[in-house]
Design a protein around this ligand. Sequence first.
Ligand code: G6D
Length: 352
Amino acid sequence: MITQSTFGEMPDGTVIEQFCLTNNQGVSLEILSLGGIIRRWLIPHNAKPPTDIVLGFDSVQAYLSDDSYLGALVGRYANRIAEGKLCLESKNYQLDINQGDNCLHGGSQGFNNKVWQSTVLSRDENPAIALQLESPDGDQGFPGALSTKVIYTLTESNRLKIEYFATSKRTTVFNPTNHSYFNLSGHNSGSVNNQHIQVVASYYTPTDAHAIPTGELIKVEGTPFDFRKLSTIEQALTSAHPQIQYGNGLDHNLCIDSYDPQSQEAKYAAKATSENTDISLKVYTTMPGIQVFTANHFDHKKGKQDSLYHAHQGLCFETQFYPDSPNQPQFPSATLKAGEAFYSVTEYEVLF
Ligand code: G6D
């Protein structure tokens, strides 16, 4: 089932729609036409009120004035491109610099700030909506007029399937993701430290102090990034490892072992679980990397229902190409050639 309502207005008066997708198991999601934001994700319980497992806000203004991309679609390029420098087919491009010396998440006016054209695709079984966006040639410095579509489908097996489609008139780079912050004990339940995660990744990409990859692929064995077995998030956050110290927590790309550039089938990549609520989340994707981020700089961030979000109150599993891959030829390529059809799919399955 899908219900539609008005969530608010942009400063120029553009109305922001809210779509509530509910399946027959009682799982429901609220998705906004602003940035394709997943605002609420409600998991039913027999005798208790539902648990809202994602962090978010209650107004358009709160989303527009925040820099944490809560629940948002991110692009053209999720994560960083060093110094915003891009060289494609022997042409150099300068992207918008919006974090230090680098381009983060597609620049200061990336996909998260845009109003997407929204269409209901299926109202009953497997409710689904399509969000479409036209990004003009030169948008935030990226070459090529890009048409992109994202389809959110809530299945009867409690998976949120996110399909990304794009074509560009000129060769460009494209690395979309969704930036939901999960807290499986409830968005306002405090830190995720005692929750457990697994990431099926034998390597990670270490960074400098500004989250720019060094270009190396380092084995996770013996490091706080070894989540091949279900481990508490706390064991990583309390590590003295310099990579953890850089960002006051986890904020790293892990290299998914099951990645197959030829496959369009989402493979199992990661899991999170809360013993407080017995809610688990599994992540499946066609992408090569997953940014594990633990909301390291949140400090009294006013969230939904007057809650306050603090450091380590959310966990992001941002499926992606590796950061700065346009400048790291040894990483899987995020180049989208003129006229080529891009497709990727990520699925978040909730078990409860
Ligand atoms: C910080 O380094 C992190 C990013 O990975 C994250 O996406 C952003 O905050 C919201 O810059």
